[in-house]
Write a protein that binds this ligand. Structure first.
Ligand SMILES: NC(=O)c1ccc[n+]([C@@H]2O[C@H](COP(=O)([O-])OP(=O)(O)OC[C@H]3O[C@@H](n4cnc5c(N)ncnc54)[C@H](O)[C@@H]3O)[C@@H](O)[C@H]2O)c1
Length: 253
């Protein structure tokens, strides 16, 4: 089991990718501190994991608030004694050109998609430095690597997240910390906050539009992105630092 004895914080686990990542880590022996603002979904998920073999505890909170990052890191250390891996995955997906993006939405996207990762890294890194090792994986997007139509602030936030990852790789590599970004392409599942704005027909139309443009001929799954995330978090990636791992079926090739 690749993550036996490792303590991992994962944010944004109440649904989607974070959930798939947490489930895979649990199967591979990790001790989990799981963070989300969706209280009931998070509590049910942690209960389900803990009723199996997994060791998991939850922190209910908004990742863009400093107190949530402090609580998560403190809980990792008090409950499990170490903090080995941090996976900043929580995010929202506002759409629109800049003219269609009001200042509140702009700020909210930067706070949740970018500032949150800064806050969690800032809290975790001193403990990783003290231990002489640590791994950070930030869930970015191909939208942060090249411009996507009408995804202005989302793309800006993910581009910022990629650069945050790279600065950490450079500054803290000498202290034994690796930091990498995972850049998923278009996935079969639409992000939860976008679901509230799109009908089933609109989602089906999106899928039909995108799938033929992907060289592999289909959209990706959460499980496929989770596998790549676990690779970056694992010892198999021991010489991977400051990288952007694009997992998009060749869409941006
Ligand atoms: N689904 C895709 O097509 C896709 C593609 C590329 C990148 N991504 C990235 O993958 C990550 C996960 O996306 P997903 O598809 O699983 O989305 P999702 O909406 O299913 O899951 C996001 C999770 O983050 C949580 N969250 C959101 N804001 C939060 C906050 N302020 N505080 C605490 N928790 C918060 C939500 O409650 C939810 O559980 C995101 O960073 C997203 O940008 C997704």
């Amino acid at each position: 089991m690749r993550f036996s004895g490792k303590t991992v914080i994962v944010t944004g686990v109440a649904s989607g990718l974070g959930r798939a990542v947490a489930q895979s880590l649990a199967k591979e022996g990790a001790k989990l501190v799981l963070v989300d603002r969706a209280k009931h979904q998070l509590e049910d998920f942690v209960l389900a994991l803990s009723s199996g073999e997994a060791e998991a505890v939850e922190v209910v909170g908004d990742v863009s608030q400093e107190k949530t990052s402090k609580q998560a890191v403190a809980l990792a250390l008090s409950r499990f004694g170490t903090l080995d891996i941090l996976i900043n995955n929580a995010g929202i997906n506002p759409t629109g050109t800049i003219s269609q993006t009001d200042p509140t939405t702009w700020q909210q996207a930067l706070d949740i998609n970018l500032k949150s990762a800064y806050l969690f890294c800032r809290e975790a890194i001193p403990h990783m430095v003290k231990a002489g090792r640590g791994v950070i994986v930030n869930t970015a997007s191909i939208a942060g690597q090249r411009a996507s139509t009408a995804e202005s602030v989302y793309g800006v936030s993910k581009a910022g997240l990629i650069m945050l990852t790279r600065t950490i790789a450079r500054d803290y590599g000498p202290k034994g910390i690796r930091a990498n970004a995972i850049c998923p392409g278009v996935l079969e599942s639409v992000m939860a906050d976008r679901l509230t704005r799109m009908s089933a027909d609109q989602i089906a139309a999106r899928d039909q539009r995108f799938a033929p443009t992907v060289p592999l001929g289909r959209l990706g799954t959460y499980e496929e992105i989770a596998k790549a995330t676990l690779f970056l978090a694992s010892e198999e990636a021991s010489y991977v630092n400051g990288a952007q791992l694009t997992v998009d079926g060749g869409l941006t090739a």
